[in-house]
Ligand binder design. Sequence first.
Ligand SMILES: [Zn+2]
Length: 204
Amino acid sequence: MRATQVFHTYQPVQTVADSSRFRYCCACAAPLPLTSPEKPHPFCPACGWTLYRNPAPGVVILITEGDLVLLGRRGGEGNYGTGKWCLPGGYIEFGEDFLTAAIREVREETGLEVEIQSLLSVMSNFLKPGLHTLVVVLKAHITGGAFLAGDDLTELAWYPLAGPFPDMAFEADQSIISYVHATGFEGAPVDREYAGGVCHDLAL
Ligand SMILES: [Zn+2]
């Protein structure tokens, strides 16, 4: 089975940071000059701040019990994929390592405590204009906690790894579940000495 790691939900176009959407410096509020193809990143002549737009980094976590995988139903008004299902996960905070982020997101969304076992994949998602993510997919096993949906999830359920799946919010989630099921892939080792909740320097 082929590994798939780039997903488009719309036809992407080559774009750069667009000064028409960013008119004032977010550091000092001075007006930003127009960008050009040669200088595509908005630059503030008053304070030297430059806007680099990047995909948002996130984590998703594959938690299995036998032949079942844990999925959650997405809540939140206006969130991407509200009402559809996904693997637990979320965005990595500034100053947070991705392994700690995964443990935190699982705790917030499922009430479960987990240990990260392995790195399964990294995926680019072009979800809609203005929402691009780079997602680290991790495998984890449950070490404790309660089974209680929270934060962005309204409901939790176990589904067969072989499917059929409910209406999924992210093609990437379904792809990695099917890949792991078809190949038995266990993933690459993860750093056992990771920061584990240490918050790094948050200064700008
Ligand atoms: Zn500025």
